[in-house]
Design a protein around this ligand. Structure first.
Ligand code: GDD
Ligand code: MG
Length: 324
């Protein structure tokens, strides 16, 4: 069976991080986002097709160097074709029923259950559905007896007709290609309204679900994974370091720091003495100087915060003026 991952978006909401790293390769607890998705695919998926565009060379390089245990085919779009156009563009690499996932989703959905649901319903497509209090930033789904009756992509605030959203995880029959066609096409805006008539079903699930596309949601995904058992405590006990909550600590942490909850420090990163760090990530080689207060921050590879700074809610990358 084949699975398609839509991985060609520009990751604009995670800039400046995504100027040098495409969103699918942004590390989440030390593993690229896209690998969390690939790991969650059912065993019967032997081939993963990645629809790429933005920074495709970095993705090609990653998969050349890293074996993910399945065949990976990268299909490039010279111009981004939109979520629907990207599916149509890879049609020759797909056969039969296929899974399709947005490349920026972390979730506890059991994809085998989802496939079973799709087969039992027998529609042209199935969507995974997640319930949220404020759905207007997402695709909103009206559901009647498991069948999607209505789809609104990013409705204006106050106009959403339900609190169930498109989780960005799909199962499709190959006939969906006949409803897409060549060129730039939005799956959500142009194709779903047509699939509705052919039978589009919605599968609700519980557990966790996060779209990692914004700085806040990326840090939320990190926290969710940590709280669901993917934490990694620092092997060495360091004098005077106070750890709280769950963290993933692979860097060096000096004396009299307070770290956590929800901090990820990747290899070769450093938190210098006397600093306090909460809900943040330090990518490889990132450094937080002495006596800093850092909350809700994303430090890209090699980014540095000078001594004595208080920083909240920022994305910092190497080479920029690190003073916020
Ligand atoms: N290949 C390719 N080409 N991929 C693309 C393109 C493109 O032109 N445009 C977007 N993508 C990929 C992105 O990389 C991402 O993995 C996925 O398609 C979805 O794009 P986003 O830009 O992240 O969309 P969104 O988060 O605003 O909304 C989508 O996801 C929500 C769930 O997170 C929609 O599908 C919503 O309906 C949904 O609720
Ligand atoms: Mg997204």
């Amino acid at each position: 069976m084949k699975a398609l991952i839509l991985a060609g978006g520009m990751g604009t909401r995670l800039r400046p991080l995504t100027y040098s790293t495409p969103k699918p390769l942004v590390p989440l607890l030390g593993r690229p986002l896209v690998m969390h998705i690939i790991d969650s695919l059912p065993k019967q998926v032997d081939t993963v097709v990645l629809a790429v565009s933005y920074m495709k060379d970095a993705l090609e390089e990653y998969f050349r160097r890293n074996d993910c245990g399945r065949k990976v085919v990268l299909v490039n779009e010279t111009e981004p074709l939109g979520t629907g156009g990207a599916i149509w563009n890879v049609r020759q690499y797909l056969d039969g029923t296929f899974l399709c996932c947005n490349g920026d989703i972390v979730s506890s959905l059991d994809l085998q259950d989802f496939l079973d649901f799709h087969r039992a319903k027998g529609g042209m497509g199935s969507l995974a559905l997640w319930q949220v209090p404020n759905p207007s930033a997402f695709g909103v789904v009206g559901l009647r007896n498991d069948r999607v009756s209505d789809f609104q992509e990013k409705p204006a605030p106050g106009t959403a007709r339900s609190d169930l959203i498109n989780a960005g995880i799909y199962c499709f029959e190959p006939e969906i290609m006949d409803l897409i066609g060549e060129g730039v096409v939005s799956l959500e805006r142009s194709v779903f309204p047509l699939v509705l008539e052919k039978g589009l079903y919605g599968h609700r699930f519980s557990g966790y679900w996060v779209d990692c596309g914004t700085p806040e949601s990326y840090l939320r995904a990190q926290a969710v994974l940590l709280d669901n058992g993917q934490d990694k405590e620092h092997p060495a006990v360091i004098e005077g370091v106070k750890l709280s909550g769950r963290n993933h600590l692979d860097g060096s942490i000096l004396s009299y720091c307070q770290v956590g909850p929800h901090v990820c420090a990747l290899p070769r990163s450093r938190i210098m003495g006397g600093s306090s760090v909460v809900n943040s990530i330090l990518m490889e080689g990132a450094v937080i100087g002495r006596n800093c207060q850092v909350h809700d921050c994303i430090l890209g590879p090699g980014a540095t915060i000078p001594d004595g700074q208080t920083v909240q809610g920022k994305i910092l990358v190497a080479g920029e003026n690190e003073c916020p």
